[in-house]
Design a protein around this ligand. Structure first.
Ligand SMILES: CC(=O)N[C@H]1[C@@H](OP(=O)(O)OP(=O)(O)OC[C@H]2O[C@@H](n3ccc(=O)[nH]c3=O)[C@H](O)[C@@H]2O)O[C@H](CO)[C@@H](O)[C@@H]1O[C@H](C)C(=O)N[C@@H](C)C(=O)N[C@H](CCC(=O)O)C(=O)O
Ligand SMILES: Nc1ncnc2c1ncn2[C@@H]1O[C@H](COP(=O)(O)OP(=O)(O)OP(=O)(O)O)[C@@H](O)[C@H]1O
Length: 509
C-alpha cells in the first residue's frame, strides 16, 4: 500500500480540508500510515489526532521513521507536514486512498440504531453467507470478520472502527475475496468522522432512544439524533423502522439524498403513512418466534419477500431486527427460501441465548443494558409468559452510562419478581456502591432484591433458588469474557459458561 504526497494534497484540497503544507518532495510516496506513535513508522505518514494527543508522540513517530505528519497545527517546523482544518476527516479520506479505496469493491450494508445493530448485522451476515459463501465480511461490535478462515476473525474494540482500521480491514476483506460487507455504524462513528466520505449501498435505521449522552459521547439528545441520521443521508437505499421515535426527522434525513422510491418503511402499525411492509407476530415459544412480513404496495411487492419467517431467538424486538434483515437481503434479490433458512439458523453471541435446565427453569443470557432494552426484553417475557416468575441478575458498569442505574431500578420495579444485583465492568468505581445505587431506587414492595457482588455466585444463587416455570434473565453482559476492573480486563468465563457450569454441578450432564 502507498500514497503519493501530491495525491494526498489534491484529495485534501478537493474536500476543502487543506490549510497549508510544507513538503520537500511532492512525488514521494509513503508506505506506512499511522496515528499511534507506538507503532512502526518506516517511511510513513503520521496523523496527530485525538483529545489526548501530546507533541512528544510526534517526536517518537519521527524518531521511528515517520517522514511527514498531518495535523491541525504545526508541531515541528523541521519535518514535512500538512496542516488541515479537520484531522478526523483527513484521516478518513487519506486512509481510504492509502488502502486503494477498497470500499469501491464491496457492496456495503450498514445499520444504525440505539439497539439492534449487532443483532440485525448478524442476521444479514447469516443470510448472505447462505448465498455468497466465503464472500461476506462483518464489522460488528463483537467480531470483525475479514475473510473465510479462522485467522480472519477477531474481536472488535469499537462498534465502528477508527477510519484507518476501517479501510485497512476493508482492504483485507477485498484481498480475501469478499464481495459484501455488513457493518454497524454507531453515532460516534459520525461524531468522530470515522466513516467520513463513505456512501453505503444500503443504510438501515432501527430506532433511537436517549442513550450515549455524556461527557465522552454526545452532549445532548439532539446531537445524538443528528449523528445517527447521517447514515441515511450517506446511503443510496434506506430501510427505516416506521415505529422509531423521531420518525419524521429520520425520514426527512433519508429524503435529503434518496427519492421516496428508494426508502423502505416497515412497522407493526398499518395505519401509519407510507408504510411499505407490515410486520405481524404469529407464534412464540421459549426458543423461537414466527412472524409474518407483508408487502403493502407495488414497490414493496417487487421485493418478493412476503411470507412467514422463523427466528431461533425470541423477543418481539428481534422480529423487528429480523424484518430489517429480510428487507436488506430482499433488496439484493436473494431467493426467499435462502432468506428464510439464513434467518432461521442465525445466532448472535450473547443476544437472547437460551439455556434449558432440567428443573431450574429456563435461562436467557441477553446483552440488554439500559432501560429501553431491558424494558423490551422483560416486557416481552412478561407478556408471553404471564404466569412465570421473572428473575433477573444484573449489574451496571462503572465510569459510564450512569443513567442506566436508575433505569434498571425502574424496569426491575416494573417487571421483575426477583433481582440479584451484581458486578458488571466496575472500572474505577466500587461495584458495591453501584449496586447500592440501583438497590436504593427499587420499590422493594414489588421486587425481592439482594446484592451478591461476585457475579458467578450471583448466577449460582439465582439458578439454585429457581424451579421449572421460572424465567431467569442474566442481563447486560452478553458474552463478554472479562470484567473491566481498575483499568484491567480481568478474565471472566462469560455468563453462558457460568450458567452451564452451575447446571452441570447441580443437575449433572
Ligand atoms: C471519545 C472517543 O470517541 N474517543 C475515541 C478516539 O479517541 P481520540 O482520537 O480522542 O484519541 P485519544 O484516546 O484521546 O488518544 C490520543 C491520540 O494519541 C495517540 N497516542 C497515544 C499514546 C501514545 O503513546 N502515542 C500516541 O500516538 C493515540 O493513538 C491517539 O490517536 O479515537 C480512538 C481511536 O483512535 C477511540 O479508541 C476512542 O474511543 C473511545 C475509547 C471509545 O470507546 N469511545 C466510545 C464512546 C465509542 O466510540 N463507542 C461507539 C459505540 C457506541 C454505541 O453503541 O452507539 C463505538 O463505535 O464503539
Ligand atoms: N430492535 C430492538 N429494540 C429494542 N431493544 C433491542 C432491539 N434489538 C435488540 N435489543 C436489546 O438490546 C440488546 C443489545 O442488542 P444489540 O447488541 O443487537 O444492539 P446494539 O445496537 O448493537 O447495542 P450496543 O450499541 O449497546 O452494542 C439485546 O440484547 C436486546 O436486549
Amino acid at each position: 500500500m502507498s500514497l503519493k504526497i501530491s495525491q494526498a494534497i489534491d484529495i485534501l484540497k478537493q474536500d476543502h480540508l487543506l490549510v497549508s503544507s510544507q513538503v520537500t518532495d511532492l512525488d514521494k510516496s509513503v508506505t506506512n500510515i499511522s496515528y499511534n506513535s507506538r507503532e512502526k513508522q518506516d517511511n510513513g505518514i503520521f496523523f496527530c489526532k485525538g483529545n489526548n494527543f501530546k507533541a512528544e508522540y510526534l517526536q517518537q513517530a519521527i524518531s521511528q521513521g515517520a517522514e511527514i505528519y498531518v495535523a491541525e497545527k504545526e508541531f515541528d517546523s523541521d519535518t514535512d507536514h500538512i496542516i488541515v482544518n479537520d484531522i478526523q476527516k483527513a484521516l478518513a479520506l487519506l486512509s481510504a486512498a492509502y488502502f486503494g479505496n477498497p470500499e469501491k469493491d464491496l457492496f456495503i450494508i450498514a445499520f444504525t440504531g440505539t439497539k439492534g445493530k449487532t443483532t440485525t448485522s448478524y442476521f444479514i451476515y447469516d443470510i448472505l453467507k447462505e448465498v455468497f459463501p466465503k464472500k461476506v465480511a462483518l464489522f460488528s461490535t463483537i467480531d470483525r470478520i475479514v475473510g473465510p478462515n479462522p485467522e480472519d476473525k477477531f474481536k472488535s474494540d469499537l462498534t465502528t472502527p477508527e477510519s484507518l482500521e476501517l479501510f485497512r480491514d476493508m482492504r483485507r476483506a477485498v484481498d480475501n475475496g469478499m464481495t459484501h460487507l455488513v457493518m454497524e455504524v454507531s453515532s460516534q462513528a459520525y461524531k468522530k468522522n470515522r466513516v467520513y466520505g463513505l456512501t453505503f449501498d444500503i443504510g438501515g435505521f432501527l430506532n433511537i432512544t436517549p442513550d450515549h449522552i455524556g461527557a465522552n459521547e454526545h452532549p445532548t439528545y439532539e446531537d445524538y439524533l443528528f449523528c445517527k441520521k447521517q447514515l441515511l443521508i450517506n446511503s443510496k437505499i434506506n430501510i427505516i423502522n416506521r415505529d422509531t421515535n423521531d420518525f419524521d426527522t429520520v425520514y426527512s434525513a433519508a429524503l435529503e439524498t434518496s427519492s421516496a422510491d428508494n426508502i423502505y418503511l416497515f412497522g407493526r402499525d398499518q395505519t401509519k403513512d407510507n408504510l411499505d411492509f407490515l410486520l405481524t407476530s404469529k407464534e412464540a415459544t421459549l426458543k423461537d418466534s414466527i412472524f409474518h412480513v407483508e408487502a403493502l404496495n407495488d414497490k414493496a411487492v417487487s421485493l418478493n419477500i412476503t411470507g412467514d419467517y422463523k427466528l431461533g431467538l425470541v423477543g418481539d424486538f428481534n422480529e423487528i431486527n429480523g424484518t430489517a434483515a429480510i428487507l436488506a437481503t430482499g433488496l439484493l434479490d436473494i431467493p426467499t427460501a435462502d432468506i428464510y433458512d439464513g434467518l432461521q439458523g442465525a445466532h448472535v453471541p450473547g443476544r437472547m441465548e437460551h439455556i434449558t435446565s432440567k428443573s431450574h427453569g429456563i435461562i436467557f443470557v441477553d446483552y440488554a443494558h439500559n432501560y429501553a432494552s431491558m424494558k423490551a426484553l422483560l416486557g416481552f417475557l412478561h407478556t408471553e409468559y404471564p404466569k412465570s416468575k421473572l428473575k433477573v441478575v444484573v449489574g451496571s458498569p462503572g465510569d459510564k452510562g450512569i443513567s442506566r442505574r436508575a433505569g434498571f431500578s425502574k424496569v426491575l420495579t416494573e417487571l421483575a419478581d426477583v433481582a440479584i444485583l451484581t458486578t458488571d465492568d466496575p472500572g474505577f468505581e466500587n461495584p458495591a456502591d453501584i449496586c447500592a445505587e440501583i438497590y436504593g431506587k427499587i420499590d422493594h414492595s414489588k421486587v425481592s432484591t439482594k446484592i451478591v457482588l461476585d457475579r458467578k455466585e450471583a448466577i449460582r444463587e439465582m439458578i439454585t433458588s429457581s424451579q421449572n416455570g421460572d424465567i431467569i434473565v442474566l442481563a447486560a453482559k452478553g458474552n463478554d469474557a472479562y470484567q473491566k476492573t481498575k483499568g484491567v480486563d480481568v478474565p471472566y468465563p462469560t455468563d453462558p459458561v457460568v450458567a452451564k457450569t452451575v447446571l452441570k454441578d447441580i443437575e449433572g450432564e
